[in-house]
Design a protein around this ligand. Structure first.
Ligand SMILES: *Cc1c(COP(=O)(O)O)cnc(C)c1O
Length: 412
């Protein structure tokens, strides 16, 4: 496995456990059970089997020839997490955690979700392992994400609308923690990104690191070297990015590829309506850990904005916060309009409709091609497919289609 956080669950100054005292024994139990599981070949074998048979791993590594041509020859490789069961990387983590829950003898799964994607991935894993599942979701999000709510219900989960506060993700998180404190003996709390108190950021990273490890093997087979020139991934909480970065991040300096995390700049960093926690945030505590986050001058968490629901999170995992300070990875931000252009472009030239989250990573490739030139291999983590975003894209791109028409008229 990868270098561990210190005994207190810290990556440098980040991470830790900023939680009620009553949760410490549960987090200790989880940490011990997790370490024990990872040292057990039977657990590893079962996880590998599930990832192969039910998730569809290894996911393909596709050379995007047309996109590469458009970028002046820089070779762009796509790590196809969009081809996983349920269409994104999130399932890698939820099957890992639910398998651990089973092993620990837990009989009930809980989760919180904002846009619903983690809720769907958790409900899927719970159904696979035959465990009841409760998903907390802010009432406002329940209204906005009706389709995902219905999916979770189809998968047998109970969706509990949370009516406190702003009725969004942070309120759902508080409710999930309250449930966990109350039912800690029977219940496993599945967290969806590399956030939360230790050991969650470490555990989620390890479950997602299969992405980076496969990429290394696949590159060796395809180009004869395990390390590309750059790896690019979008960053919300940071799990798909850590998943593909982690195996490269601990290579000695000089052997490490450029690791580029792309945050959502929303309407622009100056607008205040964005989700760029590293590029434009401060240090603070969110969901039980110290990290970069979006906050007002008096320390209140401020709402994030992005056209992509999965990047719309006001913090970023502690390990990314550490990578940023240490210069292990670089973090940039791409706005809504650029992401939408990249979304269309990939669909047109490669026949792949990417998730709006992932489109942020694609939008950065033009800049990168300018820096690296034609003789470079770059891997993009294609974190998910865009089918879920087609409605939203139609709403916003409806205007763009109009613009296209107006432009071609004025030319003719
Ligand atoms: C949830 C999601 C993200 C953002 O979450 P991370 O933890 O930052 O990976 C990115 N892409 C897709 C497709 C998602 O579903």
């Amino acid at each position: 496995m990868f270098p561990q956080p210190d005994a207190r669950g810290r990556y440098g100054m980040y991470g830790g456990r900023y939680v009620p005292e009553t949760l410490i024994p549960a987090l200790d139990e989880l940490t011990d059970a997790y370490r024990e599981a990872r040292a057990d070949p039977a657990f590893e074998a079962r996880l590998t089997e599930i990832l192969r048979d039910a998730v569809g791993r290894p996911s393909n590594l596709t050379l995007a020839e047309n996109l590469s041509r458009d970028l002046g020859g820089m070779r762009v490789w796509l790590k196809r997490e969009d081809l996983n069961h349920t269409g994104a990387h999130k399932i890698n983590n939820t099957v890992g955690q639910v398998l651990l829950a089973k092993r620990m003898g837990k009989t009930r799964i809980i989760a919180e979700t904002g846009a619903g994607q983690h809720g769907v991935a958790t409900a899927t894993a719970a159904a696979m392992f035959g465990l009841p599942c409760v998903v907390y979701m802010g009432e406002e999000d329940v209204r906005r994400q009706a389709l995902n709510v219905f999916r979770m219900k189809l998968l047998g989960a109970e969706v509990v609308p949370v009516t406190s506060g702003t009725r969004t993700l942070k309120d759902a998180t508080n409710e999930a923690i309250r449930d966990w404190v109350t039912n800690v003996r029977s219940t496993f709390y599945v967290i969806g990104s590399v956030v939360g108190p230790h050991p969650y950021p470490m555990m989620v990273r390890d479950f997602q690191a299969v992405i980076g490890m496969e990429t290394m093997d696949q590159l060796e087979e395809r180009i004869g070297r395990r390390v590309p020139d750059a790896v690019v991934a979008c960053v919300g909480g940071g799990s798909n990015a850590i998943g593909i970065f982690a195996p490269f991040a601990y290579l000695p300096e000089g052997q490490r590829p450029r690791l580029i995390g792309v945050e959502a700049a929303g309407h622009g960093l100056e607008s205040g309506a964005h989700a760029a926690s590293i590029s434009s945030g401060k240090r603070g505590v969110l969901h039980g850990a110290l990290m970069y986050l979006l906050s007002s001058d008096d320390g209140q968490i401020t709402p994030a904005h992005s056209v992509s629901a999965g990047l719309d999170y006001p913090g970023v995992g502690p390990e990314h916060s550490f990578y940023a300070d240490e210069g292990i990875a670089e973090y940039v931000a791409v706005d809504d309009a650029s992401a939408l252009r990249a979304f269309r472009h990939l669909a047109e030239v490669e026949g792949i409709i990417p998730a709006l989250e992932t489109s942020h990573a694609f939008a950065y490739l033009e800049t990168l091609a300018g820096e690296l030139g034609a003789d470079a291999d770059v891997v993009v983590n294609l974190s998910g497919r865009g089918d879920k975003d087609v409605n939203e894209a139609m709403r916003v791109l409806g205007d763009l289609a109009g613009l296209d028409a107006a432009r071609s008229e004025s030319v003719s």
